[in-house]
Design a protein around this ligand. Structure first.
Ligand code: SF4
Length: 379
């Protein structure tokens, strides 16, 4: 639910102070949002993303630089491919949408491409909303090139920019994701397609919020849950399209987003003067980052720029989360490796606890196999 105007202004000021004076906010994109939703228990990531902190710069300042980011070559190649796909008024892109998602509709002989520029993300989001309403009412093929969508994330607005949204003649809306990884013989790397589907699901959720707002004036437009993925065909520069069903990713992400702690609550729990500006001394930055609880898991290594820092801290603390979520779940209330070893040796833990009982049994079996006593075996 949106905050009242005065509280929203106060929250923005607080987030700007956390980011640091004169540090520009890093926009939260769908990739980051999908990763945030994948680890909803991590308040550290939630507040850093909510405040627009550049986590890659922060990780470098902490002495644990991330291994993230695309090369300049890959970015240039991706931009050139996207420009080609959208060239000629989006004719090829609309042809692919018609062929893969809506073959029963009239073919898109020509399409509307409304102007979406405006001042600031709020202005662009309002302009996008207006263009969607007009295109839906007109009932013509319309291509929205880099629209801006506002999404409420943990009580704070995030602005997202999909590659494109297409309005069909029946008034329904389709998200288009353009990627530079190849589609070989009609299929692409499943891991990359999965990541693209999770991103597209975030855009679908944001579009559904726009549709719900428009529904106050007219019947709610339908947001399609099959998106169009466009990739280079067989290492060429020609576009190939594939319809991807994102219902599952949409449901999971929507549920996880509702589980995020409100950014305002996290911000208010931090000590006065906390600041994540990368030009602060490393010790001060470390203290600021450590003041926010984190839930590290090995999956962070592929989704979060702070992963090396959080992994080091997690290992130093002997936290079992560093061993993975499934191990963590099996261990119940035992949260550190020291607790686990003490429970296995019979020095601590409730013997009625199934996790403790299983650990002791495992320790006995191990000692038996090695011909040792249990205490000696669990070091
Ligand atoms: S790396 Fe750290 S901040 Fe990022 S999601 Fe994992 S625990 Fe949270």
């Amino acid at each position: 639910m949106p905050l009242p105007r005065t509280r929203e202004t106060a929250l923005r000021r607080r987030l700007a102070n956390l980011r640091g004076p004169d540090v520009p906010a890093k926009a939260l994109d769908a990739r980051a949002l999908a990763a945030l939703a994948a680890n909803p228990g991590c308040n550290r990531r939630a507040i850093l993303d909510g405040a627009g902190v550049n986590k890659a710069a922060l990780a470098s300042a902490l002495g644990s630089p991330s291994a993230f980011g695309q090369s300049q070559f890959a970015l240039t190649r991706g931009n050139a491919f996207e420009a080609r796909v959208k060239g000629d008024g989006g004719a090829e892109l609309l042809r692919l949408v018609h062929e893969k998602l809506d073959p029963g509709a009239e073919p898109p002989s020509h399409a509307q491409v409304p102007e979406l520029s405006a001042i600031g993300p709020e202005g662009r989001a309002a302009r996008t909303s207006l263009a969607l309403r007009e295109a839906t009412a007109a009932g013509t093929w319309t291509l929205l090139d880099h629209p801006m969508l506002a999404l409420d994330v943990a009580g704070s607005p995030a602005f997202l920019e999909p590659d494109a949204v297409v309005v069909h003649p029946d008034g329904s809306w389709t998200v288009v994701e353009i990627k530079s990884f190849p589609m070989l013989d009609g299929s692409a790397d499943p891991a990359k397609v999965g990541a693209a589907a999770r991103q597209a699901a975030v855009y679908v959720i944001a579009l559904e919020q726009v549709a719900a707002r428009l529904a106050q004036e007219a019947p709610a437009p339908r947001v399609r849950h099959r998106v169009l993925l466009v990739c280079p065909k067989d290492f060429s520069n020609l576009p190939a399209g594939s319809a991807v069903d994102v219902r599952k990713q949409r449901a999971v992400t929507a549920r996880q987003l509702t589980r995020l702690t409100r950014i305002q609550d996290i911000a208010e729990s931090l000590p006065e003067g906390t600041c994540f500006a990368p030009d602060r001394p490393a010790a001060e930055l470390t203290a600021a980052v450590e003041s926010v609880p984190a839930t590290y898991a090995p999956e962070c290594l592929s989704t979060c720029e702070l992963a090396f820092h959080c992994r080091d801290r997690s290992r130093t603390a002997g936290a079992v989360t560093a061993l993975g979520r499934s191990v963590r779940a099996e261990l119940g209330g035992l949260t550190t490796v020291a607790d686990v070893l003490a429970a296995a040796r019979g020095e601590a833990g409730d013997p009625e606890d199934p996790a403790v009982a299983a650990l002791r049994r495992a320790a006995e079996l191990r000692a038996e196999a090695l011909g040792q006593g249990v205490t000696a075996g669990c070091r």
